[in-house]
Design a protein around this ligand. Structure first.
Ligand SMILES: Cc1ncc(COP(=O)(O)O)c(C=O)c1O
Length: 451
Protein backbone atom coordinates (compact mmCIF):
# COMPACT_ATOMS: atom_id res chain seq x y z
CA UNK A 1 0.00 0.00 0.00
CA UNK A 2 1.28 3.47 -0.85
CA UNK A 3 1.87 6.05 1.89
CA UNK A 4 2.43 9.24 -0.10
CA UNK A 5 6.03 9.42 1.17
CA UNK A 6 7.53 7.29 -1.59
CA UNK A 7 10.63 9.05 -2.84
CA UNK A 8 10.50 7.69 -6.39
CA UNK A 9 7.96 6.35 -8.88
CA UNK A 10 8.23 2.70 -9.97
CA UNK A 11 6.92 1.62 -13.36
CA UNK A 12 7.07 -2.09 -14.22
CA UNK A 13 4.00 -2.84 -16.28
CA UNK A 14 2.74 0.28 -17.97
CA UNK A 15 -0.87 0.14 -19.14
CA UNK A 16 -1.22 -3.48 -18.07
CA UNK A 17 -4.23 -5.76 -18.53
CA UNK A 18 -6.26 -4.23 -15.69
CA UNK A 19 -5.77 -0.72 -17.01
CA UNK A 20 -6.66 -1.81 -20.55
CA UNK A 21 -9.99 -3.30 -19.45
CA UNK A 22 -11.04 -0.11 -17.65
CA UNK A 23 -9.93 2.11 -20.51
CA UNK A 24 -12.01 0.00 -22.89
CA UNK A 25 -15.12 0.18 -20.67
CA UNK A 26 -14.66 3.92 -20.19
CA UNK A 27 -14.31 4.45 -23.95
CA UNK A 28 -17.56 2.57 -24.57
CA UNK A 29 -19.73 4.31 -21.98
CA UNK A 30 -18.29 7.68 -21.04
CA UNK A 31 -18.73 10.86 -23.03
CA UNK A 32 -15.61 12.11 -24.77
CA UNK A 33 -13.99 14.70 -22.54
CA UNK A 34 -10.33 15.69 -22.46
CA UNK A 35 -8.58 12.39 -21.67
CA UNK A 36 -4.83 12.90 -21.93
CA UNK A 37 -2.94 9.75 -20.85
CA UNK A 38 -3.79 6.11 -20.03
CA UNK A 39 -3.31 6.57 -16.27
CA UNK A 40 -5.83 4.38 -14.41
CA UNK A 41 -5.71 5.15 -10.72
CA UNK A 42 -6.46 2.59 -8.03
CA UNK A 43 -5.35 4.48 -4.95
CA UNK A 44 -3.71 7.84 -4.25
CA UNK A 45 -2.00 9.49 -1.24
CA UNK A 46 -0.17 12.79 -1.12
CA UNK A 47 1.57 13.25 -4.47
CA UNK A 48 1.72 9.51 -5.17
CA UNK A 49 -0.72 7.18 -6.90
CA UNK A 50 -0.78 3.50 -7.69
CA UNK A 51 -2.44 2.33 -10.87
CA UNK A 52 -4.54 -0.79 -11.41
CA UNK A 53 -1.45 -2.80 -12.42
CA UNK A 54 0.72 -1.93 -9.44
CA UNK A 55 2.78 0.86 -11.02
CA UNK A 56 3.66 3.78 -8.75
CA UNK A 57 3.54 7.34 -10.12
CA UNK A 58 4.14 10.92 -9.00
CA UNK A 59 1.14 13.10 -9.75
CA UNK A 60 2.24 16.49 -11.08
CA UNK A 61 -1.30 17.38 -12.15
CA UNK A 62 -3.17 17.36 -8.79
CA UNK A 63 -6.33 16.20 -10.58
CA UNK A 64 -6.05 19.39 -12.68
CA UNK A 65 -5.29 21.73 -9.80
CA UNK A 66 -7.72 20.22 -7.30
CA UNK A 67 -5.91 18.19 -4.65
CA UNK A 68 -3.64 20.93 -3.31
CA UNK A 69 -3.62 19.23 0.11
CA UNK A 70 -2.53 15.97 -1.54
CA UNK A 71 -4.65 12.95 -2.38
CA UNK A 72 -6.95 11.92 0.47
CA UNK A 73 -5.41 14.11 3.15
CA UNK A 74 -6.36 12.36 6.43
CA UNK A 75 -7.76 15.54 8.04
CA UNK A 76 -10.01 16.19 5.03
CA UNK A 77 -11.17 12.57 4.97
CA UNK A 78 -11.93 12.79 8.68
CA UNK A 79 -13.95 16.02 8.25
CA UNK A 80 -15.94 14.39 5.43
CA UNK A 81 -16.68 11.31 7.56
CA UNK A 82 -17.78 13.41 10.53
CA UNK A 83 -20.16 15.52 8.45
CA UNK A 84 -21.45 12.51 6.47
CA UNK A 85 -22.58 10.91 9.70
CA UNK A 86 -24.59 14.00 10.66
CA UNK A 87 -26.34 14.69 7.32
CA UNK A 88 -25.36 14.59 3.65
CA UNK A 89 -27.64 17.25 2.22
CA UNK A 90 -30.33 19.63 3.42
CA UNK A 91 -30.64 22.28 0.67
CA UNK A 92 -28.59 25.13 2.09
CA UNK A 93 -30.29 27.27 -0.55
CA UNK A 94 -33.64 27.05 1.20
CA UNK A 95 -32.75 26.21 4.82
CA UNK A 96 -29.87 26.78 7.21
CA UNK A 97 -26.87 24.92 8.63
CA UNK A 98 -23.80 26.24 10.32
CA UNK A 99 -21.03 24.60 8.30
CA UNK A 100 -22.14 26.55 5.21
CA UNK A 101 -22.40 29.90 7.05
CA UNK A 102 -19.02 29.24 8.71
CA UNK A 103 -17.30 28.57 5.38
CA UNK A 104 -18.86 31.69 3.84
CA UNK A 105 -17.62 33.77 6.79
CA UNK A 106 -14.13 32.31 6.43
CA UNK A 107 -14.03 33.00 2.68
CA UNK A 108 -15.01 36.64 3.20
CA UNK A 109 -12.18 36.94 5.73
CA UNK A 110 -9.43 35.37 3.63
CA UNK A 111 -10.20 37.04 0.30
CA UNK A 112 -8.44 40.37 -0.30
CA UNK A 113 -10.25 43.59 0.59
CA UNK A 114 -11.54 45.07 3.80
CA UNK A 115 -15.17 45.48 2.80
CA UNK A 116 -18.37 43.54 3.49
CA UNK A 117 -18.74 40.53 1.24
CA UNK A 118 -21.21 37.80 0.44
CA UNK A 119 -20.65 34.31 -0.92
CA UNK A 120 -22.57 32.39 -3.56
CA UNK A 121 -21.90 28.64 -3.47
CA UNK A 122 -21.95 26.51 -6.63
CA UNK A 123 -20.55 23.11 -7.56
CA UNK A 124 -17.99 23.77 -10.29
CA UNK A 125 -15.71 26.49 -11.53
CA UNK A 126 -18.02 27.32 -14.41
CA UNK A 127 -20.90 27.78 -11.97
CA UNK A 128 -18.89 30.25 -9.88
CA UNK A 129 -18.18 32.19 -13.07
CA UNK A 130 -21.85 32.08 -14.10
CA UNK A 131 -22.72 33.45 -10.67
CA UNK A 132 -20.21 36.29 -11.10
CA UNK A 133 -21.69 37.13 -14.51
CA UNK A 134 -25.25 37.19 -13.15
CA UNK A 135 -24.31 39.12 -10.00
CA UNK A 136 -22.41 41.71 -12.10
CA UNK A 137 -25.24 42.17 -14.58
CA UNK A 138 -27.91 42.17 -11.89
CA UNK A 139 -26.24 44.64 -9.58
CA UNK A 140 -24.81 47.09 -12.13
CA UNK A 141 -27.72 46.80 -14.59
CA UNK A 142 -24.97 46.83 -17.28
CA UNK A 143 -24.72 44.23 -20.02
CA UNK A 144 -21.20 44.03 -21.44
CA UNK A 145 -18.27 42.04 -20.09
CA UNK A 146 -14.57 42.20 -20.92
CA UNK A 147 -12.36 39.11 -20.93
CA UNK A 148 -8.89 38.24 -22.21
CA UNK A 149 -7.65 36.28 -25.18
CA UNK A 150 -6.16 33.05 -23.82
CA UNK A 151 -8.57 33.02 -20.89
CA UNK A 152 -10.34 29.92 -19.65
CA UNK A 153 -13.39 30.45 -17.46
CA UNK A 154 -15.39 27.27 -18.12
CA UNK A 155 -17.62 25.63 -20.69
CA UNK A 156 -21.23 26.48 -19.77
CA UNK A 157 -22.74 28.99 -22.18
CA UNK A 158 -22.02 32.09 -20.08
CA UNK A 159 -18.56 31.03 -18.95
CA UNK A 160 -17.84 29.76 -22.47
CA UNK A 161 -18.53 33.22 -23.83
CA UNK A 162 -15.66 34.50 -21.65
CA UNK A 163 -13.35 31.60 -22.54
CA UNK A 164 -10.94 32.25 -25.41
CA UNK A 165 -8.13 29.75 -25.12
CA UNK A 166 -8.78 27.10 -27.81
CA UNK A 167 -11.21 27.12 -30.76
CA UNK A 168 -12.30 23.53 -29.95
CA UNK A 169 -14.03 24.86 -26.83
CA UNK A 170 -16.32 26.98 -29.02
CA UNK A 171 -16.60 25.06 -32.29
CA UNK A 172 -20.26 24.33 -33.22
CA UNK A 173 -21.59 25.88 -30.00
CA UNK A 174 -22.49 29.33 -31.19
CA UNK A 175 -24.52 31.21 -30.03
CA UNK A 176 -23.11 31.38 -26.54
CA UNK A 177 -23.99 34.29 -24.25
CA UNK A 178 -23.69 37.60 -26.10
CA UNK A 179 -22.01 40.72 -24.77
CA UNK A 180 -18.36 39.67 -24.22
CA UNK A 181 -15.48 41.68 -25.66
CA UNK A 182 -12.04 40.06 -25.75
CA UNK A 183 -8.79 41.99 -25.47
CA UNK A 184 -5.16 40.75 -25.53
CA UNK A 185 -3.62 39.44 -22.30
CA UNK A 186 -0.13 40.79 -21.59
CA UNK A 187 1.76 37.56 -22.24
CA UNK A 188 5.40 38.58 -21.80
CA UNK A 189 6.73 35.75 -24.00
CA UNK A 190 4.47 36.21 -27.02
CA UNK A 191 1.87 38.91 -27.54
CA UNK A 192 0.24 40.59 -30.55
CA UNK A 193 2.07 43.86 -29.80
CA UNK A 194 5.47 42.29 -30.56
CA UNK A 195 6.85 43.54 -27.23
CA UNK A 196 9.37 41.53 -25.23
CA UNK A 197 7.45 41.66 -21.97
CA UNK A 198 10.38 40.37 -19.91
CA UNK A 199 12.63 43.18 -21.15
CA UNK A 200 9.94 45.85 -21.30
CA UNK A 201 7.14 44.94 -18.88
CA UNK A 202 5.84 48.50 -18.54
CA UNK A 203 5.59 48.87 -22.32
CA UNK A 204 3.51 45.71 -22.47
CA UNK A 205 1.19 46.85 -19.70
CA UNK A 206 0.77 50.21 -21.41
CA UNK A 207 -0.05 48.58 -24.76
CA UNK A 208 -2.65 46.34 -23.11
CA UNK A 209 -4.33 49.14 -21.17
CA UNK A 210 -4.21 51.42 -24.25
CA UNK A 211 -5.98 48.69 -26.19
CA UNK A 212 -8.83 48.59 -23.65
CA UNK A 213 -9.16 52.37 -23.76
CA UNK A 214 -9.08 52.19 -27.56
CA UNK A 215 -11.99 49.72 -27.40
CA UNK A 216 -13.85 52.11 -25.10
CA UNK A 217 -13.35 54.94 -27.59
CA UNK A 218 -14.49 52.98 -30.64
CA UNK A 219 -16.81 50.06 -29.96
CA UNK A 220 -17.47 49.37 -26.27
CA UNK A 221 -19.59 51.86 -24.31
CA UNK A 222 -17.59 51.80 -21.07
CA UNK A 223 -20.58 52.87 -18.97
CA UNK A 224 -22.36 49.72 -20.11
CA UNK A 225 -19.58 47.35 -19.05
CA UNK A 226 -20.52 45.39 -15.92
CA UNK A 227 -17.28 43.50 -15.27
CA UNK A 228 -13.77 42.68 -16.40
CA UNK A 229 -12.91 39.00 -15.90
CA UNK A 230 -9.23 38.22 -15.48
CA UNK A 231 -7.06 35.32 -14.31
CA UNK A 232 -4.28 36.78 -12.15
CA UNK A 233 -2.14 34.07 -13.77
CA UNK A 234 -3.63 32.62 -16.93
CA UNK A 235 -4.11 28.87 -16.44
CA UNK A 236 -5.39 26.74 -19.31
CA UNK A 237 -4.07 29.43 -21.67
CA UNK A 238 -0.49 28.44 -20.79
CA UNK A 239 0.39 29.42 -17.19
CA UNK A 240 1.16 32.97 -18.13
CA UNK A 241 2.33 35.41 -15.49
CA UNK A 242 1.56 39.00 -16.50
CA UNK A 243 3.97 41.88 -15.78
CA UNK A 244 3.97 43.05 -12.17
CA UNK A 245 1.95 46.25 -12.76
CA UNK A 246 -0.71 44.89 -15.06
CA UNK A 247 -3.41 44.06 -12.52
CA UNK A 248 -2.92 47.36 -10.71
CA UNK A 249 -3.40 49.29 -13.96
CA UNK A 250 -6.39 47.11 -14.86
CA UNK A 251 -8.02 47.85 -11.52
CA UNK A 252 -7.53 51.58 -12.18
CA UNK A 253 -9.35 51.26 -15.52
CA UNK A 254 -12.15 49.31 -13.85
CA UNK A 255 -12.59 51.89 -11.08
CA UNK A 256 -12.48 54.80 -13.48
CA UNK A 257 -15.49 53.41 -15.31
CA UNK A 258 -17.44 51.85 -12.42
CA UNK A 259 -16.66 48.32 -13.64
CA UNK A 260 -16.29 45.32 -11.33
CA UNK A 261 -12.91 43.56 -11.49
CA UNK A 262 -13.50 39.80 -11.24
CA UNK A 263 -10.40 37.79 -10.35
CA UNK A 264 -10.85 34.18 -11.43
CA UNK A 265 -8.72 32.19 -8.95
CA UNK A 266 -10.25 28.84 -9.85
CA UNK A 267 -6.90 27.43 -11.03
CA UNK A 268 -4.34 29.77 -9.48
CA UNK A 269 -5.86 30.19 -6.02
CA UNK A 270 -5.95 28.16 -2.80
CA UNK A 271 -2.27 28.37 -1.94
CA UNK A 272 -0.92 27.04 -5.20
CA UNK A 273 1.34 30.02 -5.89
CA UNK A 274 2.73 30.25 -2.36
CA UNK A 275 0.05 32.74 -1.31
CA UNK A 276 -3.62 31.97 -0.74
CA UNK A 277 -4.58 33.93 -3.88
CA UNK A 278 -2.42 34.54 -6.94
CA UNK A 279 -3.52 38.18 -7.08
CA UNK A 280 -1.79 38.77 -3.73
CA UNK A 281 1.54 38.61 -5.60
CA UNK A 282 0.44 41.77 -7.40
CA UNK A 283 -0.85 43.75 -4.39
CA UNK A 284 -4.25 44.31 -5.95
CA UNK A 285 -7.67 44.01 -4.31
CA UNK A 286 -10.25 42.78 -6.83
CA UNK A 287 -13.96 43.40 -6.29
CA UNK A 288 -14.89 39.78 -6.88
CA UNK A 289 -13.09 36.45 -6.49
CA UNK A 290 -14.18 33.14 -7.99
CA UNK A 291 -12.77 29.89 -6.62
CA UNK A 292 -13.48 26.17 -7.04
CA UNK A 293 -11.05 23.33 -7.88
CA UNK A 294 -8.87 23.09 -4.73
CA UNK A 295 -11.49 24.49 -2.36
CA UNK A 296 -12.43 21.16 -0.81
CA UNK A 297 -9.54 18.89 -1.87
CA UNK A 298 -11.66 17.04 -4.45
CA UNK A 299 -15.23 17.32 -3.20
CA UNK A 300 -17.10 19.47 -5.74
CA UNK A 301 -17.84 23.00 -4.52
CA UNK A 302 -17.23 26.50 -5.82
CA UNK A 303 -17.73 30.04 -4.61
CA UNK A 304 -18.14 33.54 -5.93
CA UNK A 305 -17.19 36.09 -3.27
CA UNK A 306 -18.44 39.60 -4.03
CA UNK A 307 -19.19 42.94 -2.32
CA UNK A 308 -22.26 42.68 -0.07
CA UNK A 309 -23.52 45.86 -1.73
CA UNK A 310 -23.80 43.93 -5.03
CA UNK A 311 -25.93 41.12 -3.60
CA UNK A 312 -28.98 39.97 -5.57
CA UNK A 313 -31.20 40.81 -2.60
CA UNK A 314 -34.17 39.10 -4.27
CA UNK A 315 -35.09 35.51 -3.52
CA UNK A 316 -34.89 33.24 -6.55
CA UNK A 317 -32.74 35.48 -8.77
CA UNK A 318 -29.96 32.90 -8.55
CA UNK A 319 -29.60 29.58 -6.75
CA UNK A 320 -28.72 25.90 -7.23
CA UNK A 321 -29.85 22.77 -5.33
CA UNK A 322 -26.45 21.40 -4.36
CA UNK A 323 -24.76 24.77 -3.71
CA UNK A 324 -22.99 24.78 -0.34
CA UNK A 325 -23.38 21.04 0.22
CA UNK A 326 -22.54 20.35 3.89
CA UNK A 327 -20.01 17.58 3.22
CA UNK A 328 -18.21 19.80 0.71
CA UNK A 329 -18.28 22.74 3.16
CA UNK A 330 -16.78 20.58 5.91
CA UNK A 331 -14.08 19.37 3.50
CA UNK A 332 -13.40 22.95 2.49
CA UNK A 333 -13.01 24.21 6.08
CA UNK A 334 -10.55 21.37 6.73
CA UNK A 335 -8.72 22.19 3.48
CA UNK A 336 -8.33 25.87 4.36
CA UNK A 337 -7.05 24.94 7.78
CA UNK A 338 -4.38 22.66 6.30
CA UNK A 339 -3.38 25.25 3.71
CA UNK A 340 -2.99 27.95 6.35
CA UNK A 341 -0.95 25.74 8.64
CA UNK A 342 2.23 25.24 6.65
CA UNK A 343 1.19 24.08 3.20
CA UNK A 344 1.22 27.49 1.54
CA UNK A 345 4.77 28.05 2.86
CA UNK A 346 5.78 24.66 1.48
CA UNK A 347 4.36 25.63 -1.94
CA UNK A 348 6.56 28.74 -1.92
CA UNK A 349 9.65 26.77 -0.83
CA UNK A 350 9.25 23.87 -3.25
CA UNK A 351 8.26 26.31 -5.98
CA UNK A 352 11.56 28.13 -5.64
CA UNK A 353 13.50 24.94 -6.25
CA UNK A 354 11.21 23.89 -9.11
CA UNK A 355 11.61 27.29 -10.73
CA UNK A 356 15.42 27.07 -10.46
CA UNK A 357 15.44 23.65 -12.14
CA UNK A 358 13.01 24.70 -14.90
CA UNK A 359 15.04 27.85 -15.60
CA UNK A 360 18.18 25.70 -15.87
CA UNK A 361 16.36 23.49 -18.38
CA UNK A 362 15.40 26.61 -20.33
CA UNK A 363 19.08 27.56 -20.45
CA UNK A 364 20.37 24.10 -21.33
CA UNK A 365 17.89 22.81 -23.90
CA UNK A 366 17.00 24.55 -27.15
CA UNK A 367 13.55 23.00 -27.06
CA UNK A 368 12.56 24.85 -23.87
CA UNK A 369 11.67 28.35 -25.01
CA UNK A 370 10.33 29.73 -21.77
CA UNK A 371 10.07 28.67 -18.12
CA UNK A 372 7.58 30.63 -16.05
CA UNK A 373 5.24 30.56 -13.10
CA UNK A 374 5.00 31.25 -9.38
CA UNK A 375 5.14 28.76 -6.51
CA UNK A 376 3.82 25.37 -7.57
CA UNK A 377 2.07 26.78 -10.64
CA UNK A 378 4.75 26.60 -13.29
CA UNK A 379 5.16 25.69 -16.94
CA UNK A 380 7.69 25.35 -19.72
CA UNK A 381 6.89 26.28 -23.29
CA UNK A 382 8.23 23.87 -25.91
CA UNK A 383 9.44 25.44 -29.16
CA UNK A 384 11.23 24.51 -32.38
CA UNK A 385 13.95 27.02 -31.59
CA UNK A 386 14.53 29.72 -29.03
CA UNK A 387 14.97 32.27 -31.77
CA UNK A 388 11.84 31.52 -33.81
CA UNK A 389 9.70 30.70 -30.72
CA UNK A 390 7.69 28.52 -33.10
CA UNK A 391 5.35 26.28 -31.09
CA UNK A 392 6.10 22.53 -31.11
CA UNK A 393 3.07 20.68 -29.67
CA UNK A 394 4.26 17.32 -31.06
CA UNK A 395 7.47 17.52 -29.02
CA UNK A 396 5.53 18.79 -26.00
CA UNK A 397 3.26 15.72 -26.18
CA UNK A 398 6.29 13.45 -26.58
CA UNK A 399 7.91 14.87 -23.44
CA UNK A 400 4.67 14.24 -21.54
CA UNK A 401 4.57 10.64 -22.87
CA UNK A 402 8.19 9.95 -21.95
CA UNK A 403 7.67 11.40 -18.47
CA UNK A 404 4.62 9.15 -18.03
CA UNK A 405 6.69 6.10 -18.93
CA UNK A 406 9.15 7.14 -16.22
CA UNK A 407 6.33 7.50 -13.69
CA UNK A 408 5.76 11.26 -13.75
CA UNK A 409 2.22 12.35 -14.62
CA UNK A 410 2.05 15.70 -16.44
CA UNK A 411 -0.50 17.70 -18.40
CA UNK A 412 -0.11 20.23 -21.18
CA UNK A 413 -1.59 23.71 -21.26
CA UNK A 414 -1.77 26.49 -23.82
CA UNK A 415 -0.68 25.72 -27.36
CA UNK A 416 2.69 24.17 -26.59
CA UNK A 417 3.38 24.25 -22.84
CA UNK A 418 3.65 21.68 -20.05
CA UNK A 419 2.30 22.57 -16.62
CA UNK A 420 3.86 21.45 -13.34
CA UNK A 421 1.32 21.46 -10.52
CA UNK A 422 2.08 18.85 -7.87
CA UNK A 423 0.06 18.74 -4.65
CA UNK A 424 1.45 21.24 -2.14
CA UNK A 425 2.47 18.44 0.26
CA UNK A 426 5.41 17.46 -1.95
CA UNK A 427 8.72 17.11 -0.07
CA UNK A 428 12.20 18.14 -1.23
CA UNK A 429 13.36 14.63 -2.12
CA UNK A 430 10.26 13.96 -4.20
CA UNK A 431 10.64 17.31 -5.95
CA UNK A 432 14.30 16.71 -6.78
CA UNK A 433 13.60 13.24 -8.14
CA UNK A 434 10.64 14.49 -10.18
CA UNK A 435 12.75 17.25 -11.72
CA UNK A 436 15.46 14.69 -12.58
CA UNK A 437 12.90 12.51 -14.38
CA UNK A 438 11.50 15.52 -16.20
CA UNK A 439 14.96 16.60 -17.28
CA UNK A 440 15.66 13.10 -18.66
CA UNK A 441 12.47 13.29 -20.74
CA UNK A 442 13.24 16.81 -21.99
CA UNK A 443 16.84 15.88 -22.84
CA UNK A 444 15.77 12.80 -24.82
CA UNK A 445 13.19 14.71 -26.85
CA UNK A 446 15.55 17.66 -27.31
CA UNK A 447 18.19 15.33 -28.73
CA UNK A 448 15.83 13.30 -30.90
CA UNK A 449 13.27 15.78 -32.17
CA UNK A 450 14.94 19.10 -32.72
CA UNK A 451 14.44 20.06 -36.37
C1 LIG B 1 -9.44 29.75 -14.32
C2 LIG B 1 -10.55 28.78 -14.50
N1 LIG B 1 -11.82 29.20 -14.43
C3 LIG B 1 -12.85 28.36 -14.57
C4 LIG B 1 -12.66 27.02 -14.82
C5 LIG B 1 -13.82 26.10 -14.98
O1 LIG B 1 -13.90 25.21 -13.93
P1 LIG B 1 -14.75 23.85 -14.05
O2 LIG B 1 -14.02 22.96 -14.98
O3 LIG B 1 -14.79 23.33 -12.64
O4 LIG B 1 -16.10 24.24 -14.56
C6 LIG B 1 -11.35 26.54 -14.92
C7 LIG B 1 -11.09 25.11 -15.21
O5 LIG B 1 -10.03 24.70 -15.59
C8 LIG B 1 -10.27 27.43 -14.76
O6 LIG B 1 -9.00 27.01 -14.85
Amino acid sequence: MITGNESKPLVKNLVGDNAKKIIEKDGKYIATTTKALPAVVKEARGIVFEDEDGNIFFDFTSGVGVVNTGHSHPAVVEAIKRQAEKFLHFAGTDFYYDVQAELAKKLTEITPGDFEKKVYFGNSGAEAVEAAIKMARWSTKRKFLIAFIGAFHGRTMGALALTASKPVHKQRFFPWMPGVIHVPYPNPYRNPFGIDGYEEPDELVKATIDYINYAFRHYVPSDEVAAIFVEAIQGEGGYIVPPKNFLKELKKVAEEHGILLVDDEIQAGMGRTGKMWAIEHFNVVPHVVTTAKAMASGIPISACIYPASNDFGVKGAHSTTFGGNPVACAASLATLDILQNGLIENAAKQGEYMSKRLKEMEENYEIVGDARGIGLMQATEIVKSKESKEIYPKARDEIINRAFKKGLLLLGCGESAIRYIPPLVINSEQMENAMNLLEEAIKEVNNEMMP
